[in-house]
Design a protein around this ligand. Structure first.
Ligand code: FAD
Length: 623
């Protein structure tokens, strides 16, 4: 604790005590891992994040951002030594297989390490993050030649990667893309088209950049079904693996953005001179299916980005609230002579901090849990169990992306409020955290597109089995919590919330069955946030059950059971007591203050109001 980025004790709690990643170590792929080794990785990641990445946070925003000059794109100068050290430190591809130069690190562990890197400066972490995704894509779907030619150099950090979907006329609607691939006699393809908003699309951190590009082979059908994916390098690659001539990719510009200014967001023209060559990755017309692997990982990373900014915002806010003295205690208000107190003493600041803390902890638990399920899934042999796991991951992924990124903006905004006017100024990191956080609600598919995926594809899949399975798990946890005095009130709220969500899911299903698609689509964002709150509440109750048991043992040992004064005093001197008490408090606050709102929100949707769609267009216009 105390690094102002991430609560590292809570990271260990989630991995070791809540998720229980030691269960993974029985799987041969992860058998070389143990808790001590994971602890060591986390310590190293924290050291790197705090000492090496964090100093670039402010610099890469204003003084030294990514820039475009004389037709060339540059990453911030301050990123160059950091990137080099990141590669040397073995952080480029820990989850990649050992034979590809990785460490077979479980995704759950890497997710925790990445929280530290992202909280230190997300715009830096985007470069290696995208590279890992692109290399993984080629590693999974490429031919042995393509893996040798591209993926191994990317896994080694020598070359970088991107993800090229978006075009000026095809954003959310990827199927509308116009980039074409013309078959060449040697089996390769000539690529022509424009991709915009490409993160790390051009820069000078590496000699080569490899673009996975979505395009349509001439003559293939319109829409997503006709899309293929191609490996398109910035420089052609010679037979011996060395770099050849330019591959006719022109960088038109880098965007000037609200945040993540260290990340080079490029518009790329492919084949202006008809000389851009790409190799097919996987099979023809399977581009979307293949890219979905990278997009799913990217969605979890974007949910993590939300957590990263939120976590840093919370840590800074606690520190500030402890330091900033303003006003007297509420009890001393009439007494002008009473001394001022730190603002952490004011009830509304405490409420704000606990709101932030509960959300951050719940989001951390959710994301690490998804990482754990991803680790587990390939090794589940039972077909039915495997499908269940895949469906659960599929259900939780859009929720992680949209919920965590939306809440992150709220958390960063609240953190700014806690800092008062200083939070709005550049002297403190709050305004940058808020600006950097906002993009996560937009890219990797806007949060509305995530909600549409949830409501349109995931909720009703196989008769709603995934969501019902999840609610079954939540019910089990809730039953346990009902037997614990400290968690009983919250568990009752969860019971009511589960009933409300169940009724809502039924209503959505019946609208769908009767061909009434507008109402589910109209309410998709609200539905996602309702499910998000329910899942975060579940994660917090699960954590609190563990924490309460450990707390009781500590209190018993110290002879402080049943005495609030003694417990309070003990929390001041014993970190573990303070930590576990805090975990229980997060669950108590969230379940009693947030979960009761779910019933009303579900009822509102069930009323089936259609005003936004039935109101004539003309009414939107000012007169
Ligand atoms: C900084 C940055 C980095 C990016 N990095 C990458 C990258 O690396 N690779 C890449 O390929 N792309 C990248 N993008 C692009 C990003 O993924 C798109 O901006 C995003 O998917 C939205 O597309 P759009 O901007 O065209 O918005 P549009 O698709 O035009 O959407 C505008 C609004 O309409 C809504 N909307 C669209 N369709 C519907 C519908 N059917 N029903 C209801 N509402 C709808 C959207 O939710 C949104 O609110 C990046 C963008 C930015 C700004």
């Amino acid at each position: 604790m105390g690094n102002l980025l991430v609560n590292t004790r809570d990271q260990r709690f989630v991995l070791f005590e809540q998720v229980g990643i030691d269960k993974l170590f029985k799987i041969p792929k992860y058998s070389k891992f143990n808790l001590e080794l994971v602890d060591m990785f986390l310590k190293e990641a924290e050291k790197f994040a705090v000492e090496v990445i964090a100093p670039t946070f402010k610099k890469s925003d204003h003084e030294d951002p990514a820039y475009f000059k004389d037709g060339k794109a540059h990453a911030p100068a301050c990123f160059h030594p950091v990137y080099k050290k990141f590669v040397e430190g073995g952080w480029i591809c820990p989850p990649a297989p050992e034979e590809a130069g990785g460490q077979d690190m479980p995704m759950s562990v890497f997710t925790a390490c990445s929280e530290l890197f992202g909280a230190a400066n997300y715009s830096f972490f985007m470069y290696p993050g995208l590279n890992l995704g692109a290399a993984g894509l080629i590693g999974t779907f490429g031919t042995p030649e393509q893996i040798k030619k591209y993926a191994l150099k990317m896994f080694a950090g020598e070359w970088a990667g991107t993800m090229c979907l978006t075009e000026p006329g095809a954003g959310s609607d990827v199927g509308a893309l116009r980039t074409t691939a013309k078959r060449l006699p040697d089996g390769r393809f000539s690529i022509t088209g424009t991709k915009c908003f490409i993160s790390a699309g051009d820069h000078d951190l590496t000699k080569q950049i490899v673009h996975p590009v979505l395009a349509r082979i001439e003559g293939d059908p319109a829409g997503t079904k006709g899309i293929s994916i191609f490996i398109v390098p910035k420089y052609r690659v010679n037979e011996d693996g060395s770099l050849g001539e330019s591959n006719d990719i022109t960088t038109v510009n880098l965007e000037h953005k609200m945040g993540i200014n260290g990340s080079a967001t490029a518009t790329l023209n492919f084949g202006e001179n008809g000389k851009c060559i790409g190799e097919l990755l996987g099979k023809e017309r399977e581009g979307i299916k293949i890219m979905f692997k990278m997009m799913n990982e990217a969605r979890l990373s974007t949910g993590m980005q939300g957590l990263d900014s939120a976590s840093a915002s919370y840590e800074h806010s606690v520190q500030y609230a402890k330091d900033r003295v303003q006003y007297r205690k509420i009890e001393d208000m009439p007494n002008q002579a009473a001394p001022g107190v730190a603002i952490i003493n004011h009830p509304d600041i405490r409420r704000s901090l606990l709101w932030m803390k509960a959300h951050v902890e719940g989001m951390r638990a959710l994301n690490y849990y998804i990482g754990y399920l991803i680790d587990l899934e390939p090794f589940v042999e039972d077909h039915e169990e495997k499908e269940k796991l895949e469906d659960t991951i599929g259900l939780l992924t859009p929720i992680s992306k949209a919920y965590c990124s939306d809440k992150s903006v709220d958390i960063c905004s609240l953190g700014m409020d806690i800092h008062g006017g200083y939070g709005y100024c550049q002297e403190y990191p709050m305004e940058q955290l808020l600006r950097d956080a906002k993009i996560a609600t937009i890219y990797e598919g806007t949060n509305y597109i995530q909600s549409l995926d949830l409501v349109g594809r995931k909720l009703g899949r196989k008769g709603g089995m995934a969501v019902m399975g999840l609610m079954g798990q939540i019910t089990e946890t809730t039953e346990k919590a009902k037997g614990v005095e400290e968690l009983k009130a919250g568990a009752e709220q969860m019971e009511a919330a589960l009933q409300a969500v169940n009724d809502l899911v039924m209503q959505l299903g019946s609208w769908g069955m009767s061909g009434e698609f507008v109402l589910p689509v109209l309410n998709a964002r609200s539905v996602l946030m309702i499910l998000g709150d329910m899942i975060i509440g579940w994660q917090l109750i699960q954590a609190a059950l563990i924490a309460q048991e450990k707390l009781q043992a500590l209190l018993k040992k110290a002879g402080a059971e049943g005495s609030p004064d003694k417990v309070k005093a003990l929390a001041g001197e014993n970190d573990e007591v303070a930590f576990y008490l805090g975990k229980v408090a997060s669950a108590q606050y969230f379940t009693v203050n947030i979960l009761p709102t779910l019933k009303g929100r579900c009822e509102a949707i069930k009323l089936g109001d259609r005003t936004p769609v039935s109101m004539p267009d003309a009414c939107f216009e000012s007169r």
